[in-house]
Design a protein around this ligand. Structure first.
Ligand code: AHM
Ligand code: MG
Length: 328
């Protein structure tokens, strides 16, 4: 479709050709994110900066904007008749929507919470599943592997507000036009170059890393004198949305691996709200996404707030890191 087509038109046309696509729900998510973008832009002027003084189910301090964004998504998407229920990083329990709905929406309403107060890019990540059972909605309905997603995406609130989504037919990008308050198509069928010279990891955790991750990063740091024979650059925004967005735009590899700080924890990032939706996008753009050894999209979902180790991005780099984890 031509550049500048609105997201609503784009998705409506797609939905009319393929009724399996959660068209109205995708439009509802986009509309909710427009409202979140308005709040983000206002920041301190709207009195929404700072801690809410509460904690979420994972024991993390909630920011005011975490809660506001969560409420906006619940309210805006809850009206969608195709939606059966929602689950959020910020809520302990699932949130039923419509009895006759057949889709499930999962989200991290405001990713990169530590960046809210300092005016650095943050985002909303979402994943859509089909409700497989016909009975009353339970948590079990949400426990599906990443490859069962029917759509996923994110909205990054940065210098521009940009929506990126996939329904398994490529990855497409739309930027919010403030004049018309519409997301307009800027790029279709995004592909990630298989090679890169850029990696993203929180280096302050180096002493806790497992050997394969240490080996990979040491080789990047050795530059032209090391095994890789090339110089690498490092970027770490501390908002997964913004790091993944950069990778979709110009390649790279992102890692938030399991580390020895708390060996019982399988990783920091959440499988259902962060890793699965991002993995779907990355794979659709020709990249790869693993937890170290295995493809993230095939991992069984055991609980709603499950955590996972994440390595994703340019295919050849991810394959190399996976090889190191497999002991070769
Ligand atoms: P959040 O969902 O509470 O914002 O946490 C997830 C974020 C990711 O966006 C980011 O990649 C990572 O946590 C940053 O972690 P760190 O603070 O170790 O840099
Ligand atoms: Mg997050």
């Amino acid at each position: 479709m031509s550049q500048g087509t609105t997201f609503t038109k784009y998705i409506t046309e797609l939905g009319s050709k393929n009724p399996q696509i959660p068209a109205s729900l995708l439009i509802s998510v986009a509309n909710a994110c427009k409202l979140i973008a308005k709040q983000v832009e206002q920041g301190a002027l709207a009195g929404i900066i700072g801690s809410a003084g509460s904690g979420n189910v994972q024991g993390e301090t909630q920011q005011k904007l975490d809660i506001i964004s969560n409420d906006i998504l619940l309210e805006a998407c809850g009206l969608d008749q195709t939606l059966a229920g929602m689950a959020s990083e910020e809520m302990e329990n699932i949130f039923p929507a419509n009895k006759n709905g057949n889709f499930l929406l999962l989200f991290d309403p405001l990713d990169g919470s530590s960046n809210i107060d300092v005016n650095v890019s943050i985002g909303t990540i979402f994943s859509i599943l089909k409700k497989q059972s016909t009975g009353e909605l339970t948590e079990k309905d949400f426990l599906q592997a990443g490859c069962d997603q029917v759509a996923s995406g994110y909205v990054v609130y940065g210098p521009q507000t940009t929506l990126v989504y996939t329904t398994g037919q490529g990855v497409h990008m739309f930027t919010l036009d403030h004049e018309t308050n519409e997301f307009l198509l800027i790029k279709e069928n995004i592909t990630i170059s298989p090679d890169t010279k850029e990696f993203a990891i929180n280096m302050s955790n180096m002493r806790h890393w497992d050997q394969p991750v240490k080996r990979y990063v040491d080789e990047c740091l050795a530059g032209t004198e090391g095994a890789r024979k090339k110089d690498f650059n490092m970027r770490w925004i501390a908002s997964m949305v913004a790091d993944v967005h950069r990778i979709l735009c110009r390649g790279g590899v992102f890692m938030y691996p399991w580390d020895k700080r708390d060996p019982s924890k399988p990783g920091k990032l959440r499988l259902m709200y962060e890793a699965n939706p991002m993995s779907f996008l990355i794979e659709q753009a020709g990249g790869a996404s693993v937890n170290g050894k295995d493809r993230i999209m095939t991992l069984p979902a055991e609980k709603l707030h499950q955590r996972v180790s994440v390595v994703l991005g340019s295919k050849n780099e991810v394959d190399l890191i996976q090889k190191y984890h497999q002991g070769s």
